[in-house]
Design a binder for this molecule. Sequence first.
Ligand code: XMP
Length: 218
Amino acid sequence: MIKNKGLILSMDVVEKQKAIMIAEETCDSVDAIKVGYPLVLGAGIGIIGELARYAPVIADFKVADIPNTNKLICEHVFKAGADSVISHGFPGRDSLSSCIETAEEFGKEVYVVAEMSHPGATDFFLPVAESIAEMAVECGAAGVVAPATRPDSLKRIRNIIGNELKIMSPGVGAQGGKASDAISSGADWIIVGRSIYKSQYPKKVAESIVAEIESVTR
Ligand code: XMP
């Protein structure tokens, strides 16, 4: 995925027409649109191909199964038109490698959840985040997902993965994280959902977030 604006829109609306309308409005300000279970369950898997007309689509299915099931999920996602998929790392190296091998067959990418952004991530995730980030490097992932809500974690994870792998970082806005802090702490992209799609003016909000990103990158 190409880094340009530094913003990924998380499209967690559940209606096809609303998703397409917001994509039309915001596509000039985003590098990708992330879709997950809410929209795909609401609108069907065809929504991936529809949104891919506006921006590359990241399928956030947090894939977390045995290798064969992961392969089947990734095949579906890439055939539907997704540019990349988000996978969990905790099921282990063979499960992650299966996602990455499948992505390579399609010329696509896998991003691995290293540490989640919500408060409950402290229950189990924090102690394993660094090991998952190391595994993402060793298995050949394109990048990791790491929390904008914990800039210190972002810095630590950036140190582990080096500069070749990318970081996409959710938790800005509704979850309390700040776009400029996340980018300054090592994120390549921030992922923003509710602050944009729940706004009356999604285009304006997306543009103002891009301006904030540019304030620390230019
Ligand atoms: P909001 O509305 O909070 O949406 O801006 C954030 C989006 O990102 C997803 N999310 C995560 N995905 N690791 C992930 O892979 C995370 O730690 C994480 N935190 C939030 C969330 O599902 C929503 O789509």
